[in-house]
Design a protein around this ligand. Structure first.
Ligand code: GLU
Length: 543
């Protein structure tokens, strides 16, 4: 077979050579040890939460080493593509503070960054494979392939185009010419020299040393529309874009033997691989894949629920690196990016998705933010997802910030908020728009409560600090038969009407409309004397 003639017959349009692209995309000039990683999604319109895992790993590996983290849009499958999805995807990741050094909106020297625009490049390398006798056209139709599948199923053998099942491998140049002239569509297949009897040893940086079976299937390199399959594009792109570490889902591990062969056939150096486990969720005792319909599967969920990006990233990091939580305890206020991310601390088996854990992480993260920061993020969220609330909290930003300041700073900050959505329930009572008498202390009569509230109101002074404030509460309670010492009260409850905790609850219910609230003395200072006493007065009328 004259492979050069075959290459010209199949690719008359291809005039460039691999050398041309090798020169166009030289090795990147980066410091020693710098890693080049990428995120390579297919723009289907749905940004899966699981994507955050390879994204964070790739981003950390690149940026921690002074390397490059880029985005490549894998849109060679026009059936799956959704118009504009790639821009949405970039926005979603931007929302989470993930920025790509190179992408379709930030072209670097290694573009185009959209596979559909790299057709000529793939075809140049495909032509080279044909020239070297490593690829051939296959004219088998969809029906032929269906018949093959059925035959192999009946024979209970590995499905695929290989060995005795191959029909187009040995076609002569004349036969091929004839079919092409007759307008028959064809795909380009890889001519595999592998055998299922051969094992290859391979080290995946996450999975460790593994043994895989050599690929013996003549997989498709170019589809009948001339576009590459994932495999061909992976080899050509990651080589020419100079990726050093391929971080991808473990579902690609089974294709690895083919990729190893393909890189060798193309004369490319194999990059390092990190195959990341699927994100699982628990259903009873069973573990299931987090699928599109599950709560929390889409990234947009976290944005609309109002999880700060920091919380989500921090949560993912707890799943990615086993020592992250220890580090966080030792460095509660450090920036997430100061954490020394390490491949060695990644678990080879899957992570369990857990919204409760995310909630805990998020409470911590929010509790350590400054009031200004919380105000900024909360109002940005509300502006988009709860306009009315936005209007309320942004009317007097200083007032809102004083509220948000409660319990911040110090070693044990309050942990009231898990998401921005929680904010209305937590602090709504500060605003007339949301204040209502929702909860009342149980088991006490109007006669128990009213005199206490009246006397408390008479003595109330906004300048009182917490201890003075509380002494007054205790004194009023004592006078009316409420024990001011909880221990004593518990030892002898029948001797009293109640305890100082009940007295506080009366005031709390009156001032906040609820039985739980942040520090009442501070709450009253923020509300101001008039508003606080007015609420107490109104409360009495509801009893
Ligand atoms: N487009 C592939 C996917 O979405 C990319 C896999 C890879 O990172 O190589 O699964």
């Amino acid at each position: 077979m004259d492979y050069n003639a075959l290459a010209e017959l199949l690719f008359p349009d291809v005039t460039k050579t691999p050398d041309y692209y090798e020169n166009l995309y030289p090795q990147r000039e980066l410091p020693e040890g710098a890693k080049v990683t990428r995120f390579a999604p297919s723009p289907t319109g749905f940004v899966h939460f699981g994507g955050l895992f390879p994204v964070l790993v790739g981003e950390r590996l690149a940026h921690q080493s002074g390397g490059v983290f880029y985005l490549r849009i894998e849109d060679t499958d026009s059936k799956r593509e959704v118009e504009g999805a790639e821009y949405d995807l970039i926005k979603v990741f931007e929302n989470f503070g993930v920025n790509f050094d190179e992408s379709i909106v930030k072209e670097g020297k290694y573009g185009p960054y959209r596979q559909s625009e790299r057709r000529e490049i793939y075809r140049t390398y495909a032509k080279e494979l044909v020239k070297n006798g490593k690829a051939y056209p296959c004219f088998c139709t969809e029906e032929d392939m269906q018949a093959l599948r059925e035959r192999q199923e009946a024979e209970k053998v590995t499905p695929g185009y290989y060995g005795e099942y191959v029909r187009c491998r040995e076609l002569s140049l004349d036969e091929i010419k004839e079919k092409i002239n007759a307008g028959m569509p064809y795909v380009l297949r890889f001519r595999s020299e592998g055998s299922p009897d051969n094992k290859i040893k391979f080290t995946d940086l996450v999975k460790g040393a593994i043994e895989v079976t050599e690929n013996h299937i003549d997989h498709v390199l170019l589809k009948s529309d001339g576009m590459p399959t994932y495999h061909m594009a992976h080899a050509v792109d990651d080589h020419l874009m100079r990726t050093t570490h391929v971080v991808r889902g473990e579902e690609w591990l089974s294709s690895l033997p083919y990729h190893i062969q393909l890189f060798a056939a193309l004369g490319f150096k194999l990059p390092k691989y990190l195959h990341i486990s699927q994100l699982m969720r628990k259903e009873g005792e069973a573990k299931k894949k987090l699928s599109k319909r599950d709560k929390g599967a889409g990234m947009s969920y976290y944005i609309s629920e109002g999880y700060p990006a920091e919380s989500v990233l921090e949560y993912v990091m707890t799943l990615l690196n086993s020592n992250f939580e220890d580090w966080r305890r030792a460095n509660p206020d450090a920036n997430l990016n100061d954490f020394p991310f390490s491949i060695k601390k990644m678990s080879a088996s899957g992570s369990l998705f857990d919204l409760v854990k995310l909630g805990d992480v998020s409470k911590n993260v929010i509790s350590r933010m400054t009031a200004d920061n919380v105000y900024e993020k909360l109002s940005a969220w509300a502006k988009e997802f709860d306009e009315e609330f936005y209007g309320v909290i942004s009317k007097d930003p200083d007032y809102t910030k004083r509220i948000l300041q409660i319990g911040r700073g110090g070693n044990k900050p309050r942990k009231d908020l898990e998401t921005w959505k929680d904010a209305k329930g937590y602090m709504g009572f500060f605003f007339p728009e949301y204040f209502r008498f929702d909860e009342k202390p149980e088991g006490f009569s109007k006669e128990d409560i009213v005199p206490i509230l009246e006397e408390f109101s008479e003595q109330y002074d906004t300048n009182d600090e917490q201890n003075v404030w509380f002494d007054k509460v205790k004194a009023v309670g004592e006078k009316h038969g409420f024990c001011s010492n909880i221990k004593e009260y518990k030892a002898n409850p029948d001797a009293y009407k109640g305890s100082v905790a009940d007295v506080s609850a009366f005031i709390r219910a009156a001032v906040t409309g609820k039985l739980n609230s942040p520090d009442l003395c501070i709450v009253m200072k923020i509300l101001g004397r008039d508003e606080s006493l007015n609420r107490i007065k109104k409360f009495k009328e509801t009893l």
